[in-house]
Design a protein around this ligand. Structure first.
Ligand SMILES: [Zn+2]
Length: 204
């Protein structure tokens, strides 16, 4: 992995529009969302990994899953999850493409049972970004660049105070984004102060 450096200003295409949609993202609307609680500021970004089938990339099944059209006949694992109703705001593919499923203004269903600094139900106040990958393979450089640029734009648009991994807000239950995610490099690429990554004790 080459050293990650501060990504250039991502430009206006990464900034969410007034309705909460990012113009540079390919829009694939998911029905799996609802309203955030009233007067609930969006102050957390949660990073995940996902791959469908597990360990495989580029199948299009993640989009199908978030749109409730996963074909249970395609893979044995799919039969066990095809009734699950989940989503995330964003997916960053292996090629670094951005896909958006839910408006940032709405509550996507990505975190499940979770807690951040004593506050439960992280879906209420967070934006979820799925990075296509798994716990036992490195992520692609293009994914760091896109995710960092997106997170920079989200910090500019909303009162975000921190970035956490799913494993940080649901410890013992979730392991993503996993040991291969380079938090230090990501922080550098996104221009984030270490204090904004409260769980990364390894940062200087
Ligand atoms: Zn997750």
């Amino acid at each position: 992995m080459p050293e990650l450096r501060l990504a250039p200003d991502p430009g206006p295409g990464f900034s969410p529009d007034p309705a909460g949609w990012v113009p540079a993202a390919r829009r694939v609307p998911s029905p799996n969302f609802d309203a955030r609680p009233a007067h609930m500021p969006v102050d957390l970004v949660v990073l995940h990994n996902i791959s469908l089938p597990p360990g495989q990339f580029g199948s299009g099944d993640i989009e199908a899953f978030f749109q409730n059209r996963l074909d249970p006949a395609r893979h044995p694992f799919f039969a066990t999850i095809c009734q699950v109703r989940v989503s995330a705001h964003f997916l960053v593919t292996r090629e670094g493409e951005m896909v958006q499923f839910v408006s940032c203004l709405d509550r996507a269903w990505h975190a499940g049972q979770s807690e951040f600094l004593g506050r439960p139900r992280c879906n209420d106040f967070s934006i979820g970004i799925e990075i296509e990958g798994c716990d036992d393979l490195p992520f692609a450089l293009a994914q760091y660049h896109t995710t960092a640029a997106l997170v920079r734009a989200l910090f500019a648009a909303y009162p975000v105070r921190a970035v956490a991994g799913h494993s940080d807000i649901a410890p013992g239950r979730k392991t993503d984004p996993g040991p291969h995610f380079d938090w230090t490099g990501f922080a550098a690429a996104a221009g984030l102060a270490p204090a904004l990554l409260p769980y990364r004790k390894d940062l200087p």
